[in-house]
Design a protein around this ligand. Sequence first.
Ligand code: BG6
Ligand code: MG
Length: 217
Amino acid sequence: SIKGFIFDLDGVVTDTAEYHYQAWKRLADELGIPFTREENEALRGIPRRESLLMLLKGRTYPETTLDELMERKNRYYLEYIRAISPRDLLPGARELLQEIRAAGLKAALGSASKNAREVIERLGIADLFDAIADGYSVTRQKPAPDLFLHAAALLGLPPTECAVVEDATAGVEAALAGGFTVIGIGPHERVGRAHLVLPSLAGVSLSKLLEQLSVSA
Ligand code: BG6
Ligand code: MG
C-alpha cells in the first residue's frame, strides 16, 4: 500500500512553467530565435541544459557560451520567482500535503529544478516535506528514474510504496521506469500513461485518492 508521496514541483504544486517560459522567451528574443508558448510546453520537466539545446534548435555555440546562456536564463527566472508567495500554490496542493502528514504518511519533493528549495520556501510549504530531491540530487535527469528513486530512499520507502505526482511526460516516464505508482496531473496527451490521471489537485482528498489508486494501479 502507499505510504509516501513524491511531488514534482513545477506544474504540480505551483505554476512556475509560466516563469520558465518568460525567462526562456527573454533569452530567445535576445538571441533573435523565435520561441512560442507552445514550444515551451515541450520543455515541461526538462532540465535546464536540455531546454537550452531545444530552444537553440540546432544552432551551435561554444561550451562557455552555453554556460553563460544558462546562467542568464536562470538570472531572469530568479528575478521572476522573487514575487512568488503562498498565493501561488495551485489549488489543493497544500491541503493534500497537510492531509498526508496528518495521516502519518510521508511526503517528498522530486523536482529537476535547482531552484526548488527557494520556490517551496517562498510558497511557505517547505516544512510539509520530509525529504527534498532536486536538481542537485542526481546526475541522470527525468525520464531516468534516478531522482524519484533518490527521493524514495530519503523517505526510507521502496518505490512500490510511493506514489509520484507529475505533470510532465518525462516525469511520468521516470516514475514508471522506477516502479512507482503514478498520478498524472493534466491532459491525457501529456500524462496519459500514468496509473491515474487528474485535471488538477483541486478538491482531491487523500482518502479518495488512495481509494482510486488501489483500484487503478
Ligand atoms: C523542471 C521544470 O522542474 O525543472 C523545467 O519543469 C526546468 O522547466 C527544470 O527546466 C530545471 O529547472 P532549473 O530551475 O534548475 O533551471
Ligand atoms: Mg513539472
